[in-house]
Design a protein around this ligand. Structure first.
Ligand SMILES: Nc1ncnc2c1ncn2[C@@H]1O[C@H](COP(=O)(O)OP(=O)(O)OP(=O)(O)O)[C@@H](O)[C@H]1O
Ligand SMILES: [Mg+2]
Length: 241
């Protein structure tokens, strides 16, 4: 589904991501962990087209996509949520979802009235437990529901690869599990691949199949959660044990 080789990003003298190679297969849930500033968001910004790599290559389903714009990457089946939610404040929750579902289409007005799209979006709202917020304006929604809406928007274009950058930041630890249960349930059973950036190791242990541990822009350890979370370098540099 996704393959990167030697992906690097420099900001002046700072190497934010250094030589990152990653493969993610269909149906896999891959976790990215690392301290603040380790390069996690920089990496996903490159694979989603928001940052142009300084060097290295990116393939999606076998097609090279290095340097393509976010819209072109989205059209090839990559959906993402953001560390800070990117929602249209003036629209209702459901209108936000309808607009997201139409990424790449020409007429926003026609997609807001498209019955098939409305049905598909209602289904996503139901699965994520958001139906009660359908007509609410964004500002009136609780933080947990806003986070779920952000994820719903990434799911709306039925991506092959879903990229979640700290989807549960800023919500209570109990709500975190609720949110992730709903998300993982709604993607389970199809072949969607998921990349999850997360600081909460309880969430990582519970939901991911494999981990990439980032420190200072580099992958310092990768593999099975049990192996990575018990790795001495990961324990010292990332988990602070
Ligand atoms: N646009 C930019 N210009 C300059 N430096 C940047 C830019 N974006 C990120 N950086 C720097 O690159 C490094 C990696 O940042 P990044 O946001 O990828 O970290 P992160 O692992 O996502 O951290 P966090 O867990 O806090 O979200 C940091 O030192 C950051 O300050
Ligand atoms: Mg980040």
């Amino acid at each position: 589904m996704l393959k990167t080789i030697g992906l690097s990003k420099r900001f002046g003298a700072l190497v934010a991501a250094n030589n990152v190679s990653m493969e993610v297969g269909a149906g896999e849930v891959v976790g990215i962990i690392g301290t603040n500033g380790a390069g996690k968001t920089t990496f996903v910004n490159m694979i989603t087209g928001y940052l142009r790599p300084s060097s290295g290559h990116i393939w999606l389903g076998g097609e090279e996509v290095t340097g393509l714009r976010p819209m072109d990457i989205a059209r090839r089946g990559v959906g993402r949520s953001f560390q800070v939610s990117q929602l249209f404040q003036g629209l209702s929750a459901f209108e936000n979802l309808l607009v997201a579902a139409g990424v790449g289409s020409r007429s926003v007005l026609s997609l807001l009235r498209d019955p098939e799209r409305i049905a598909a979006c209602s289904q996503i709202f139901k699965e994520l437990g958001l139906s009660a917020y359908q007509d609410q304006k964004i500002a009136a929604m609780p933080q947990g529901a806003r986070k779920l809406l952000d994820i719903a928007m990434a799911l709306a274009a039925t991506p092959k690869l879903l990229v979640l950058d700290e989807p549960t930041s800023g919500v209570s630890s109990q709500q975190k599990m609720e949110i992730m249960d709903r998300v993982i349930q709604s993607v389970a059973g199809n072949s969607m691949a998921v990349i999850l950036i997360e600081h909460d190791m309880e969430i990582i242990e519970r939901y991911v199949d494999r981990i990439f541990a980032f420190a200072q822009g580099e992958v310092v350890c990768e593999g099975h959660p049990e192996k990575v979370l018990n790795d001495p370098i990961v324990r010292e540099k990332i988990l602070g044990v």
